[in-house]
Design a binder for this molecule. Structure first.
Ligand code: SF4
Length: 415
């Protein structure tokens, strides 16, 4: 093993770097542009072991500061497949967290890296060494990676340019799984990567429900289980189909029982109140029940204001996370909005009455045209009483009772 200034191993997983222990952080809520991306290249296109830094390095940064970062990793290997890129990328979560004094949260363009003062004092004074550690971990653990090189972009203009490019790639990956149905496949996939922070959490990834972090879809799960059958992403035989409408499958129930060490017995993949999917801490958004209007809202990680529950995302995330099943407060990926089965057992999109303007605009194509103008944003109403009035004025189908009737009929027929 090469000599590094900091130690590494699974014992450091779950270690948090608190604000007062921080040397610097990259990404997170204070930084607009940040992302990580793994791309597969030809063997002759990757320079094994190369680490480059484009912009300031750790030793040139102000202690306690928050900085933009784009981590670009090129991998090559005869047995690698293009489908494996997102999976290799997601392993940054555990490989970073294995390193003493490094904390990694979230994924894609939502990343949050922290480097502790202790790690810096021990000699981790350059991103170059961080890159070398990553290359060592990856190539030791995934033997089909024959060559790897890492570039850290910290120059703000370059980071912005790279993040915009990466967003197009993330969207292409997500779009690939649209169209495939749960009824069309024999297996789902599971992921327990987040168990270091959420010990009873297990993502069940189906063609119609991407993982909560938005980074692993059904194709990615398939590629990951093929790449590393003993790894944290694994095949889940679908087993008996108990209810397509709820998203209840014998194989998923068995998996959640085993992987949560018996603390969770059942999961209804498209439900939000009864036996909802567990929530880790990496979810991109929350689907939450608003009792005053008996309907649901959606809030994403980047939204800083209060929601109709009188709390911001960060407070709600604390209540929902940890790997529990929280009735009426469910972690989700934003891509799940595109699923025709989106929380269908709870009323689906026709029971959504509130979401931040940014999500409403970005996911316009996923929202039925007849309710688009009837969903409130922070500009229309936040207080539940004002929200109720606004929905009545607009004639939202859940409030008029029309969508409630449709749901009752669906449950009677399909549930
Ligand atoms: S959110 Fe789910 S799929 Fe994503 S890393 Fe965590 S456990 Fe895995």
């Amino acid at each position: 093993m090469p000599e590094f200034h900091v130690d590494m191993g699974p014992q450091y997983e779950g270690e948090r770097v608190r604000k007062e222990d921080l040397h610097v952080e990259f990404g997170g809520p204070k930084v607009e542009y940040k992302a990580e991306l793994v791309l597969m290249k030809g063997l002759d296109e990757v320079q094994e072991g190369k680490v480059e830094i484009i912009g300031p390095d750790l030793s040139n940064m102000e202690e306690g500061g928050s900085y933009p970062l784009f981590v670009e990793i090129f991998v090559a290997g005869e047995k690698l497949e293009k489908d494996m890129e997102p999976v290799i990328e997601r392993r940054l979560h555990d490989f970073c967290n294995f390193v003493e004094g490094i904390y990694h949260m979230n994924q894609q363009d939502e990343i949050w890296y922290r480097i502790s003062k202790d790690a810096f004092k021990k000699g981790l004074t350059s991103l170059k060494e961080f890159g070398e550690i990553l290359i060592f971990e990856y190539t030791s653990d995934i033997d089909i990676i024959e060559k790897m090189q890492v570039t850290f972009y910290t120059d703000p203009a370059k980071v912005k340019e790279k993040v915009e490019m990466a967003r197009k790639i993330y969207e292409e990956r997500r779009a690939r799984a649209r169209g495939l149905k749960e009824e069309d496949v024999e297996d789902f996939y599971g992921c327990v990567l987040c168990q270091s922070f959420a010990p009873t959490h297990c993502c069940i990834i189906t063609p119609q429900r991407i993982a909560n972090c938005g980074a692993i879809n059904w194709f990615d799960g398939r590629a990951a289980s093929k790449m590393d059958p003993e790894g944290p992403i694994f095949q889940v035989p679908k087993g008996e189909t108990i209810s397509v409408f709820k998203g209840e499958y014998g194989g998923a129930d068995q998996t959640i029982q085993e992987r949560s060490l018996g603390s969770i017995q059942q999961v209804w993949i498209h439900s939000a109140i009864e036996y909802p999917h567990t929530s880790c801490g990496c979810f991109q958004a929350l689907y939450f029940y608003i009792p005053e209007v008996d309907a649901f809202g959606i809030v994403h990680r980047d939204f800083k204001g209060d929601t109709p529950l009188g709390m911001p995302f960060s407070t709600m995330a604390g209540e929902a996370s940890g790997g529990r099943q929280v009735e009426g407060m469910c972690g989700m990926a934003l891509e799940y909005l595109h699923s025709p089965k989106f929380f269908q057992y709870a009323g689906g999109m026709r029971r959504v009455v509130w979401m931040p303007k940014e999500v409403k605009e970005r996911f316009k194509d996923a929202i039925p045209a007849d309710i688009y103008d009837k969903i409130a944003t922070e500009d229309d109403a936040v207080d539940p009483a004002a929200l109720g009035e606004w929905l009545n004025q607009k004639g939202h189908p859940w409030v008029t009772g029309e969508a409630q009737q449709e749901l009752q009929e669906l449950i009677a027929r399909e549930g």
